[in-house]
Design a protein around this ligand. Structure first.
Ligand SMILES: [Zn+2]
Length: 324
């Protein structure tokens, strides 16, 4: 029996480790990166949902902890008591059945311990709260929550651990992270890594789909020989040279399992392994291979499946549509 129990226990521990690793990856994807020290801007949803005094407190309190974005703190406040709006025992007075109280739902021993630990690191709740500090006071509670998350891992980039310490449940961590992401405005200054450009100026001729008993896997753009062909998006050149049917082709690998192919070229300007930027010249329009006139055969494969380039460009909200 003991052995069975130990095996089951190991399975549970392993499962938790796997879930933790998976969530950590998500955390890194959403909140990680070198710019994590820069606090994010509130999304319209955040401005609509978070009372003004709470928003200011979340932002100021999170600023005491490098690595803690205010959206995490605000998400904890949302999940715990809906920013103090929750009409339940223990929010404004008394305690709930688990002895938690106040807008950030602290146990009294935890609240006291957090403030002692923070004081040991020279961190104190700034003036503006109760005397002595109270877990029912929104100012004190939010600063204490920031200190707690910080010392629980946020200060060393372990957001999962920090939120898990606040409430030991994987669903809770996910809920907080989802809420935090909803509070975070889309970063408009992010580099246009995923931007798409029209690969050649010309006239859209033969389109994607069935054509004379065979399937045309790309969009043809008719243009004079020598017309520049540019990279449709940034990526890595994976092929540049002769290819059956295509005459001379270039293929570029992009993020997200997307490959673009440029065929019937007159001349190629890039080498395999080369990194290219969106709009960078990579070849010239030609009339080589199975071609009935000078044109670019432009093909987009997503996960090894040819996609209609016109529909793809519409989905990408490309600045210009591929045709027309
Ligand atoms: Zn074609």
């Amino acid at each position: 029996m003991a052995k069975v129990a130990a095996t089951a226990m190991f399975a549970v521990v392993a499962l938790i480790a796997i879930i933790a690793a998976a969530v950590s990856g998500v955390v890194a994807a959403i909140f990680g990166g070198d710019d994590s020290a820069a606090s994010s801007q509130p999304s319209p949803a955040a401005l609509a949902d978070i009372p003004g005094n709470y928003l200011a407190l979340y932002q100021h309190a999170a600023a005491t902890c490098p690595g803690l974005d205010w959206t995490i703190l605000a998400a904890v406040g949302k999940v715990e008591t809906n920013h103090g709006r929750l009409d339940a025992e223990g929010v404004h007075s008394g305690e709930n059945s688990a002895h938690a109280a106040g807008p950030m739902q602290f146990l009294q021993p935890t609240f006291t311990w957090v403030l002692e630990q923070a004081a040991g690191q020279g961190k104190h709740i700034p003036p503006g709260g109760a005397t002595p500090p109270s877990r029912y006071n929104v100012h004190d509670a939010i600063y204490a929550a920031s200190f707690y998350l910080c010392m629980s891992g946020a200060d060393r980039g372990d957001l999962y651990g920090a939120i898990f310490t606040y409430n030991h449940a994987d669903w809770y961590v996910r809920k907080v992270l989802d809420q935090a992401n909803a509070y975070k405005a889309a970063q408009q200054s992010a580099p246009q890594q995923g931007g798409w450009a029209v690969p050649a100026r010309g006239t859209c001729s033969s389109g994607f789909g069935s054509r004379g008993g065979e399937f045309h896997r790309g969009q043809d753009i008719a243009a004079p020989i020598g017309t520049p062909i540019v990279a449709a998006s940034g990526g890595t050149v994976i092929d540049s040279g002769p290819a059956s049917g295509y005459g001379l082709w270039v293929r570029i690998q992009h993020p997200g399992g997307v490959i673009t192919t440029y065929g019937h070229n007159n001349r190629n300007l890039v080498q395999p392994g080369q990194q290219v930027q969106v709009g960078q010249p990579i070849a010239e329009v030609g009339n080589q291979g199975e071609s009935t006139g000078p044109h670019l055969h432009f093909q987009i494969d997503v996960g090894n499946q040819a996609a209609d380039p016109i529909a793809f460009y519409q989905q990408q909200s490309a600045p210009q549509l591929l045709c027309g």
